[in-house]
Write a protein that binds this ligand. Structure first.
Ligand code: PMP
Length: 411
């Protein structure tokens, strides 16, 4: 008995009415690739159109009415993001292209300033490549060492091991709140506290968590929290860095140019305070506004309602998948969100993905930009259905029957 009407919710997302052409024979789309990207409700699509039809202008720079409208819309979106994740103020919110750019910004500014030779950077075995590669690059640049918190056989972080690794050599601990490959919900609050107990900063990768659970950056006490708009029903090309105000104030800029300066002469430049210091050039104004509309939409449904519904749906899917002969679930932690990764005996993951696609069911197969965690389980790829609150038990049944048929086919 969900707190919202899933059929009404589905009508808010035009693409969910889509019927697929060609080999799919007019089958209705089943979207189980939400960990890669989510669909957009009509209210987000309309908000972006409205911006271009009625508000379009560059921001801050010109004293005319459209500039004021565009600035209000953009800064309004910043306020919505701040409220949505429980930030202390909108000045702690920096707009970037996405989670990848967010982590790169932090590694290339805070990182270069604060991590030196012999220091350590800690990530977990669960991380997306976006939360590995920038730290590897930083470590190579400054002569620091990258260390990795291991996971147990369910794909959950080993806190005892984390405690051993997070010593006073560590300058930053960068860990995901939800694994994109396995769905593991990590004990992120404990990890943040561990980082702080040795005087290190903590970065939380929220790319897979903000759309599934209530996030409050102040309760987490995260120093940095990053996420992508497109994974929370907003547009692509927009993402967020949250940083604690006193940290951002001491961080050097990354890119230089317009918008981020207070005054420029050929001898020197004085920078703006955060967040503008980190937003060089013309940003993605329309899509920031679209992200604000997406957060409004989520607020209307209620993120707690979304989390409860998805939890039940994931249990239903997991239970169904387990009945299939020859299936191996990858990632069986007690606390999971959205993702049910698996491999099927006798088939490549690509074959399973193609069979699902023939029935109009979209799942990702591959390494999910998280090769280290898949290798931890001895696989190179998985089939990864990932659920959102607009998915239904009927859709799960359709997926399971396709995989079941494959598993029991005589080949
Ligand atoms: N971190 C995690 C946990 C992710 O799932 C993703 C996207 N798959 C990213 C980082 C990178 O996000 P983006 O591609 O939007 O920059």
């Amino acid at each position: 008995n969900p707190a919202f009407d899933v059929n009404a919710v589905r009508r808010d997302f035009p693409i969910l009415q889509e019927r697929l052409s060609g080999q799919h024979g007019g089958k209705q789309l089943v979207w189980f690739d939400n960990a890669a990207t989510t669909h957009k409700p009509q209210s987000v699509i309309d908000r972006i159109s409205y911006f271009y039809a009625h508000e379009n202008s560059n921001i801050h720079r010109a004293a005319h009415e459209l500039a004021a409208r565009a600035t209000d819309a953009y800064e309004g979106a910043r306020n919505k993001v701040a409220r949505f994740i429980g930030a202390g103020s909108a000045e702690e919110i920096i707009f970037v292209r996405g989670t990848t750019e967010a982590i790169n910004l932090i590694a290339k500014t805070w990182g270069v300033q604060n991590v030196g030779a012999g220091d350590e950077i800690v990530v977990s075995n669960l991380e997306h490549h976006a939360n590995i590669v920038p730290w590897q690059q930083l470590a190579a640049q400054v002569g620091a060492k990258l260390r990795v918190i291991p996971v147990d056989d369910s794909g959950q972080i080993l806190l005892d091991e984390a405690r051993k690794i997070i010593t006073d050599k560590v300058k930053i601990v960068a860990v995901t709140q939800v694994s994109n490959a396995l769905g593991t919900v990590t004990p992120i609050k404990e990890i943040v506290a561990m980082a702080h107990s040795v005087g290190a900063k903590a970065l939380v990768d929220g790319a897979q968590s903000v759309s599934h659970m209530r996030v409050n950056v102040q309760q987490l006490d995260a120093d940095f929290f990053v996420f992508s708009g497109h994974k929370i029903f907003g547009p692509t090309g927009i993402g967020v860095v949250y940083g604690k105000r006193d940290i951002l104030e001491h961080m050097p800029p990354w890119q230089g140019g317009g918008n981020m300066i207070a005054d420029v002469t050929f001898e020197r430049t004085i920078y703006q305070p955060p967040p503008n210091r980190f937003e060089a050039g013309t940003g993605n104004i329309a899509d920031a506004v679209g992200l604000g509309a997406a957060l409004d939409y989520v607020d209307r449904i209620g993120i707690e309602n979304i989390g409860r519904y998805e939890h039940d749906l994931l249990e239903y899917a997991t239970h169904g998948l387990k009945t299939i002969p020859g299936i191996r679930l990858i990632g069986t932690a007690a606390d999971k969100a959205s993702v049910a990764s698996f491999v099927l005996k006798g088939y490549t993951t690509e074959e399973v993905g193609k069979a699902l696609n023939r029935e109009g069911i979209a799942v990702r197969t591959g390494h999910h930009c998280a090769q280290p965690i898949l290798r931890r389980f001895g696989v190179e790829t998985t089939v990864r259905p990932s659920l959102a609150f607009y998915n239904t038990c009927e859709e799960v049944d359709r997926m399971i029957s396709v995989v079941y048929r494959l598993a029991t086919a005589n080949r």
